[in-house]
Unconditional design. Structure first.
Length: 400
């Protein structure tokens, strides 16, 4: 009789503690964790919104394998059309109506900038945001954030160093999106070149509401620059590559990583017109025969066949989303059964030499309380007309 009572009491305690746990940790139950994301599924940056499609599909694959630590992931992703006011509306909905545990993978510097203060005030971690804006790497200003791209400042300095070696006496042109995204690349060149910046660099900006950047490319060509750096989003990068080709500008063309997808940028520009384009990357390229028999890329192909059948496999945005999913899975595994917002943030900042299988050899993920940037390394690659061809060594902002 005493044993029965004791077991009954233990059961009541367990049930009550479970209820308390769920109440104390928004978005978390014994069988589910609710996570939010916002992407430009429509609008001028819809091509990079495909990152969200890749991430959502990967999460479905995790759930099909039974979830993590006994819980399925309920990932709620909304469209902000790359509009800051819409991003604010969607993030508030995720926090106040959907009651997510945390935000993961939100994409787009303008929307992230518009919602960061609100999320911090609410105590909501924002993990692996898809922006390389250097301001988000300031841990003191963004203590609840980790970033999911190489910072634009680091990337810009890698390009500046490359051009300083490859074309030391040349003038460089930069086409940049007139927001935090584009300006970071300009500032990286300014910091690297110092007093020589004004003499060596010509710039032209564009707004995301503009129909084309043809006139900017024509103006930059007239500067006499021998290199063109494109710092923006895929729609405009594609236009810039195409226009430079059409006017016969034989410049060395570099595009930023957010605009590096074959399907999202190079195909619209013209694969033949994109020959010679350079970009820094963290990823193995699915079109590169080097990785044809690579187990990680074979697994990725199988994933696409099952969860995203019929998509353009050359579009790197899907791969970025897939890799985001791998990172989310690792963070949740490290959390164990402690899915408090405090521990989620702590584990996001406790990735140690973690290898994402689809990343290039030598590139590892390391985060800490002082380093909130998931990716800090890149390798340069050049478009051959049919595939990306990597060259040089793995680089970071401190590389020679």
């Amino acid at each position: 009789m005493w044993t029965t009572c004791r077991n009954f009491t233990a059961l009541i305690v367990l049930l009550l503690s479970g209820s308390a746990f769920a109440a104390e940790e928004p978005g978390v139950t014994a069988t589910e964790i609710k996570i939010g994301g916002v992407f430009p599924f429509s609008g001028p940056a819809s091509s990079i919104g495909l990152v969200g499609k890749g991430l959502t599909a990967y999460i479905q694959s995790v759930n099909d394998r039974g979830g993590i630590n006994g819980r399925k992931i309920n990932y709620i992703a909304y469209d902000d059309a790359y509009s800051p006011p819409k991003a604010v509306e969607q993030v508030r909905k995720l926090v106040e109506s959907d009651e997510v545990a945390f935000m993961f993978g939100q994409l787009g510097t303008p929307g992230l900038s518009a919602t960061a203060k609100y999320l911090r005030a609410k105590g909501i971690p924002s993990i692996a945001i898809v922006s390389g804006s250097s301001k988000f790497t300031d841990v003191s200003a963004y203590p609840l954030t980790t970033t999911g791209l190489v910072s634009y400042d680091t990337e810009g300095k890698i390009y500046a160093k490359y051009l300083a070696k490859a074309l030391p006496s040349a003038k460089y042109a930069i086409l940049y999106q007139n927001d935090d995204l584009g300006k970071d690349y300009v500032n990286a060149f300014r910091a690297f070149l110092g007093k020589d910046y004004d003499r060596k660099v010509a710039t032209a900006s564009y707004e995301v509401t503009e129909p084309t950047v043809d006139s900017q490319i024509n103006i930059l060509r007239s500067s006499g620059a021998e290199a063109l750096v494109i710092a923006g989003t895929p729609k405009f990068a594609a236009q810039a590559i195409r226009q430079a080709y059409l006017i016969g500008w034989k410049a060395t063309v570099i595009v930023n990583f957010p605009s590096s997808a074959v399907g999202g940028t190079l195909a619209p520009a013209g694969l033949d017109k994109s020959i010679g384009v350079i970009v820094g990357t963290i990823n193995k390229d699915i079109g590169d025969p080097t990785w044809k028999d690579d187990p990680a890329m074979q697994a990725y192909r199988a994933f696409l066949d099952k969860y995203l059948p019929g998509v353009d496999i050359t579009n790197g945005s899907y791969l970025t989303g897939y890799q985001q999913g791998i990172l989310l899975e690792q963070i949740l595994k490290q959390c164990g059964n402690d899915l408090s917002r405090k521990n989620i943030l702590a584990q996001a900042k406790n990735l140690r030499d973690f290898v994402v299988p689809t990343a290039l050899p030598g590139i590892k993920v390391n985060t800490s309380e002082a380093e909130n940037t998931i990716w800090t390394q890149m390798r340069l690659q050049r478009w051959t007309g049919t595939t990306w061809e990597a060259f040089g060594e793995v680089l970071d902002a401190k590389s020679d």
